[in-house]
Design a protein around this ligand. Structure first.
Ligand code: OFO
Length: 169
């Protein structure tokens, strides 16, 4: 594996671990305002992020690269309301989407076709990630922080569970 590819894939491990850290911080915020369903949704989201980091880790190792773990930055602590927290999540997912697209470009430039194929899963995954978060942002915009509406969404989000995809390479 070329050094440039090894470096950018390692950076993405940090991005994915930061994502998990951010969603745990948002989870803690939801716990602090008594919304356990929202908290559950963020817990599952953080679990997904660890799964993403693991995929990058395995790919680098499988290709003979070396893992270098770096410091994870501190996430925010407070959000104005649930809508603000979900808008921040959507912004973050858009950032991750651009990171993934950038990785695809580097894989193309370096003619690393196995990495390019590997990254296809993430290209699709990001479409889903942004869509999931956008839908919740829309619902929250509709209810405009109304208490009853929040409790209904909270109930809905309490049923989310983490199921790792089975047809992995
Ligand atoms: Fe790893 O997709 Fe979200 O951040």
């Amino acid at each position: 594996m070329k050094k440039r590819i090894e470096e950018v894939l390692n950076q993405q491990i940090n991005e994915e671990l930061y994502s998990a850290y951010l969603y745990q911080a948002i989870r803690a915020y939801f716990e602090s305002i008594g919304l356990s369903g929202f908290s559950n949704w963020m817990k599952v989201q953080a679990e997904e992020e660890l799964f993403h980091a693991e995929k990058f880790f395995s790919h680098i190792v499988q290709r003979g690269g070396r893992i270098r773990l770096t410091a994870i930055k501190e996430p925010a602590f407070e959000w104005k309301n649930p809508l603000d927290a979900f808008k921040a999540s959507l912004e973050h997912e858009k950032h991750i989407t651009s990171c993934i697209h950038n990785l695809v470009s580097v894989a193309e430039e370096e003619k690393d076709y196995p990495s390019k194929t590997f990254l296809n899963w993430f290209v699709d995954e990001q479409v889903e990630e942004e869509d999931n978060v956008s839908k919740i942002v829309q619902e929250l915009e509709m209810i405009e922080n109304d208490g009853k509406g929040l409790l209904m969404i909270d109930r809905e989000l309490s049923s989310r569970t983490f199921t790792p995809p089975t047809n992995e390479e």
